[in-house]
Design a binder for this molecule. Structure first.
Ligand code: M6R
Length: 362
């Protein structure tokens, strides 16, 4: 049932403050100021490396997790798409945590990668949404998301719930490694996510209003740095799959290594850039593109927009949030933009052509 919503995707975008809160509830113990993992009988301090394997949107959660786990816990993280991982004879060292991420828990390549890791003898974990799925049954450590059923083929609420669990895992690894300075602080940031997501949703009408401009484009580029780089990839994937507009995400610093050659007045550039230490660098990449005529949509907070919002075709103002939670909050406008562009183009948002919700064949 779509309720008041026109599409399941729209409903699922709107559900995020609630389902992310629901997911976080099983990972946060606010009274103890602790981030916990459910019933884990496994010594996380023995983890010396993490290998994340997933497909599509779930693989971007892995990439964002790499930034978090490496920064907070100082444990090296490798991320791979499952279709490559399972066939490339990967090296699995002892004391590796093999982590799969999947909404359905049935994606054929991810399931095969999980079985490969189990056969190699490493401990496996899974961030999984469907509790009765094959992966949920087969992983050693189940880290559930509580997004509820996701119907839209384009993953939205599963993505942000996976990020919430990933943040909890990164925090727990950091504690296990004796590197967590202020856990209460992390709890506070994570607890702020649902409210910040609601504030992001309040920009829906503005995003809808700018969608026709993007809908007219043939190509769209997304830029981000740090944890916002995988979010740029996610934005591009979302736009491609439901609006059929060609889109690519790039790490901002890669622009001058090739993609800037694509820039002209016809190419919208979606820049995902919360203010903070990486902001100036991203903005200078953005300005290089603007000098070549790029039509920029800047997604930032008030401070970022005040500094760099000029000469853009639109800005979308996010609340000022801690860098740890920025990918969850900035995911909202990225999803809404893809949604409204697809609606403007009149494509089938919930059942895009050529795609299946769950890819159970290779
Ligand atoms: O069920 P899974 O999370 O394993 O699915 C992985 C991908 O097939 C999925 O995220 C896909 O990329 C979505 N259509 C993205 O919106």
């Amino acid at each position: 049932d779509k309720g008041n919503h026109r599409h399941f995707m729209q409903k699922e975008i709107y559900e995020q403050p609630v389902v992310v809160a629901q997911t976080l509830r099983s990972y946060l113990r606010p009274l103890e100021a602790q981030v916990a993992l459910p019933d884990i009988e496994f010594d996380l301090s023995s983890v010396e490396r993490v290998v994340v394997v997933a497909c599509g949107t779930a693989s971007y959660v892995g990439m964002i997790g790499k930034y978090w786990i490496e920064q907070l816990a100082r444990i090296p993280v490798e991320v791979d798409v499952a279709s490559e991982y399972r066939y490339r004879d990967p090296v699995l060292l002892p004391n590796t945590l093999g982590l799969v991420i999947s909404q359905s828990g049935e994606t054929a390549d991810t399931l095969a990668a999980l079985r490969h890791m189990k056969a190699a003898g490493v401990t496996t974990g899974g961030i999984i949404n469907v509790p009765t799925s094959s992966m949920a049954r087969e992983v050693d450590l189940l880290l559930p998301t509580h997004a509820g059923p996701e119907i839209g083929v384009a993953s939205t609420k599963a993505f942000t719930c996976q990020l919430a669990v990933m943040a909890a895992l990164a925090t727990n690894l950091a504690r296990a490694k004796g590197r967590l300075a202020d856990e209460a602080d992390v709890v506070e940031h994570l607890q702020h996510v649902p409210e910040a997501m609601s504030m992001a949703l309040a920009h829906d009408a503005e995003i809808e209003a700018m969608a026709p401009k993007i809908a007219a484009a043939r190509d769209v580029l997304y830029l981000g740095r740090g944890p916002e780089f995988p979010l740029a990839l996610e934005g591009a994937l979302k736009l491609k799959e439901i609006s059929y507009i060609h889109a690519e995400g790039y790490a901002s610093g890669e622009m001058k290594h090739g993609p800037i050659a694509l820039i002209d007045e016809q190419v919208p550039l979606i820049v995902i850039a919360p203010s903070g230490p990486l902001f100036d660098k991203t903005v200078s990449n953005m300005q290089e593109a603007q000098a070549r005529g790029a039509q920029v949509v800047l997604i930032s907070d008030a401070e970022g927009i005040a500094q760099a919002g000029e000469n853009t075709i639109a800005t979308i103002e996010m609340p000022k949030v801690h860098p740890l939670i920025a990918p969850l909050v900035y995911a909202v406008p990225v999803q809404l933009l893809a949604y409204h562009v697809a609606v403007a183009k009149g494509t089938d948002v919930d059942q895009p052509r050529n795609l299946a919700k769950s890819v159970t064949v290779e």
